[in-house]
Design a protein around this ligand. Structure first.
Ligand code: UDP
Ligand code: MG
Length: 330
C-alpha cells in the first residue's frame, strides 16, 4: 500500500469517532495546512466505528478529492488501534498523527516539520497547559505520567499524547511491533531514534464531547503500565518478604515475652506467626512466578529485539582477492 505512492511526502493521520460536530472546521483547517506544506500530502481519516453522519462526509470527500483517504473500521476499536490502522496505510516520508477535535492545533505541524528537516525522526508535541479539561483528568494524567516515568524502563516523555510527527523509518520499525495492547507513545519512546519536542498549549475541544471516558483512560493507563514495566509483577516479592520479615520479628518479640510475662494467651502468638510467615512465603513464591510470567509476557509481545536506525557500507560487495585494510596493515 505505502510503497505504491512514492510521490507523497506528508501523511496526516486523523482518528475519528463520532466527530461530526467538528468536521466542518476540521476539514477547513486541514485543507489550509495541506496547502501550506512544501510537498504532496495526504490526509487519512480513520473512522473508528462512528455512528453519526460524519462517516458519509468523509467517505464522499475521499471519493472526490485525491488528497483525502478514508479507512472505515468495522467497529469501535479504540483510539490506539485507529491510529495504527491509519499509520499502516500512510505513504508519506513524514507521518503526523493528530486528533480530530482540534485540541491538537494543525498549525503546530509546521514547527514539527521544521524539526524533522533538521534531522529529528520523532517530533512530539508537549502540552504546556491543558485548557478545558477537568481537574480530575489533569490530576490523573499527571499522576499517571509520574508513576509511569518511575516504573518504566524507557523514558516516556510526560505530558505528551499521540500528537506527533514520525519519520518513515520510525513507522517501518513501529509496524514490526504487532503487540495487541498498544500504547503507541510508549512504543515510539521504546524505539528510540532522534527525538525532540515542540511545545504547545492544548486547547479545549472545539465541539462535541470527549470520547475518552474513565474506562478507556484506565485501559490506556493499564496498557502503558503493563506494557512498559514489570514493576507490578515484582510487587508480590517485596510484599511477601516484608510480611515474612514482620512475622519473624514478631516471633522474636513473643519469645522475649515468654520469659518475662506469664499471662500470655497460649497458642495465639504461635498461630499468628506461622500464618503470617507462610502468607509471606506464599506471596514471595507468587512474585517469583510473576518474574517468569514477565519473561513470557515479554516474549509473547514479539517485539523485535532491536531497531536499526542507519546502515552504512552494506551496499558494497567485498572485492575479490583484496585483503581487508586492517589485515593489510598487520
Ligand atoms: N477516538 C477514536 N476512537 C475512540 C475514542 C477516540 O478514534 O474510541 C478519537 C477521537 O475522535 C479523537 C481522538 O481519538 O480524534 C482523541 O479522542 P478525545 O478527544 O475524545 O480524547 P481526549 O482528548 O478527551 O483525551
Ligand atoms: Mg480531545
Amino acid at each position: 500500500m505505502a510503497a505504491d505512492l512514492p510521490g507523497i511526502r506528508y501523511s496526516i493521520v486523523v482518528p475519528v469517532f463520532n466527530e461530526a460536530a467538528v468536521l466542518p472546521i476540521l476539514l477547513r483547517r486541514i485543507a489550509t495546512l495541506m496547502a501550506q506544506l512544501d510537498g504532496a500530502a495526504e490526509t487519512i481519516f480513520v473512522d473508528d466505528g462512528s455512528s453519526d453522519c460524519g462517516s458519509i462526509v468523509l467517505q464522499s470527500l475521499a471519493r472526490d478529492d485525491p488528497h483525502y483517504r478514508y479507512i472505515g473500521l468495522s467497529r469501535n476499536f479504540g483510539h490506539q488501534i485507529a491510529i495504527t490502522a491509519g499509520m499502516d496505510a500512510a505513504a508519506g516520508e513524514a507521518i503526523v498523527v493528530m486528533d480530530a477535535d482540534l485540541q491538537d492545533p494543525p498549525e503546530i505541524v509546521g514547527e514539527m516539520i521544521a524539526k524533522w528537516k533538521e534531522g529529528f525522526e520523532v517530533v512530539y508535541a508537549r502540552r504546556l497547559s491543558r485548557a478545558g479539561e477537568s481537574g480530575f483528568k489533569r490530576g490523573t494524567a499527571n499522576l499517571f505520567y509520574k508513576l509511569l516515568g518511575r516504573m518504566s524502563s524507557v523514558v516516556i516523555p510526560a505530558d505528551v499524547g499521540d500528537f506527533r510527527l514520525i519519520d518513515r523509518k520510525v513507522l517501518d520499525a513501529l509496524r514490526r511491533m504487532p503487540e495487541q495492547d498498544r500504547f503507541i507513545r510508549g512504543m515510539i519512546a521504546w524505539l528510540g531514534f532522534r527525538q525532540t519536542e515542540v511545545a504547545f498549549h492544548r486547547l479545549p475541544r472545539l465541539a462535541g464531547e470527549s470520547k475518552y471516558p474513565l474506562s478507556k483512560m484506565i485501559r490506556l493507563a493499564v496498557n502503558g503500565a503493563l506494557g512498559f514495566s514489570d514493576a507490578p509483577l515484582r510487587l508480590a516479592i517485596w510484599f511477601g518478604l516484608a510480611v515474612s520479615a514482620c512475622a519473624v520479628f514478631y516471633g522474636l518479640y513473643v519469645a522475649g515475652l515468654w520469659f518475662t510475662d506469664s499471662h500470655l494467651v497460649r497458642g495465639w502468638s504461635s498461630t499468628i506467626i506461622v500464618i503470617s510467615f507462610l502468607c509471606g512465603i506464599n506471596m514471595l513464591m507468587t512474585g517469583i512466578m510473576g518474574l517468569y510470567i514477565g519473561r513470557i509476557h515479554a516474549e509473547v509481545k514479539r517485539r523485535p529485539l532491536y531497531v536499526v536506525s542507519q546502515r552504512l557500507g552494506f551496499e558494497r560487495e567485498p572485492e575479490q582477492g583484496r585483503a581487508p585494510s586492517s589485515a593489510a596493515v598487520n
